[in-house]
Design a protein around this ligand. Sequence first.
Ligand code: CIZ
Ligand code: SF4
Length: 319
Amino acid sequence: ADEKTLLITEIKQLLKQEDAVMVAHYYTDPELQALAEETGGCVADSLEMARFGRDHPASTLVVVGVKFMGETAKILSPEKRVLMPTLEATCSLDLGCPIDEFSDYCDQHPERTVVVYANTSAAVKARADWVVTSSIALQVVKHLTDQGEQIIWAPDKHLGNYVAKETGADMLIWDSACIVHDEFKAKALVDLKSVYPDAAILVHPESPQSVVDLADEVGSTSQLIAAAKNLPNKQLIVATDKAIFYKMQQAAPDKLLIEAPTGGNGATCKSCAHCPWMAMNGLTNLRDVLKLGHQEIVVEESVRLNAIKSLNRMLSFTP
Ligand code: CIZ
Ligand code: SF4
């Protein structure tokens, strides 16, 4: 057997031995997504990952994704051991919203309800009133607006602008962006669409407004996968991390999936349509953490107790 096959066999044994289950994000390497599926774990967006991890009986969760996803798992399941292939896998949105600066900003607007995206640190979630993912951001903000609330939104400005436009909410919007989605380019997308006039355009709302404006479907990763399946179009141009093509092609096997254009070319652009932090997860560091347990998520209890309140508002929200 080759090296990869041996590694996969070893990981499967270690998962059993450690009473562990894999929870993988759509943006990770298809090899890791396939392994999660094969071993009874899940492949999902960050909201479903959190739910699955909380409800699964395994005593160890291996979160294959980025750090905020590991922290969310730990916040919801403090009794479980939460491991990640590498704790260095972070997110430009998390990095763009440091807790001290954010907390000062919230203090300046005490009358506003604080809504943060799931792509934030445990400390930022603890400072917030609500956590949302892109799959329910519109519904939660609409609900708050109907109740007359004014909002602070952080950290993704494109998603914030999209939500404000769709709901008419009064929102102060933090200035940060995802380095991957921020690269999608509207002009090149129009050019590509002229090559594939029958294609539908699917866009994640972390993309710039000019790109969102061209979309036939705007939604979270899970919503885009559902759209790929349900839309009648045989060709789909997709503006989100291209690792999603693994699950999207499974859901829509007879369709042609086309990458939306980014600013650079493959040689110059490090984050073109694939998240560099998601890409830090691999079979080798997955095997290593199962063996050594050295990359374990820790969340301070006082932070956890505040963060779980804003997370649970999302998890128990019914529009
Ligand atoms: O861009 C991300 O990190 C996404 C889409 C996370 C999620 O909600 O699954
Ligand atoms: Fe963060 Fe963007 Fe990577 Fe998602 S794709 S983890 S938002 S940097």
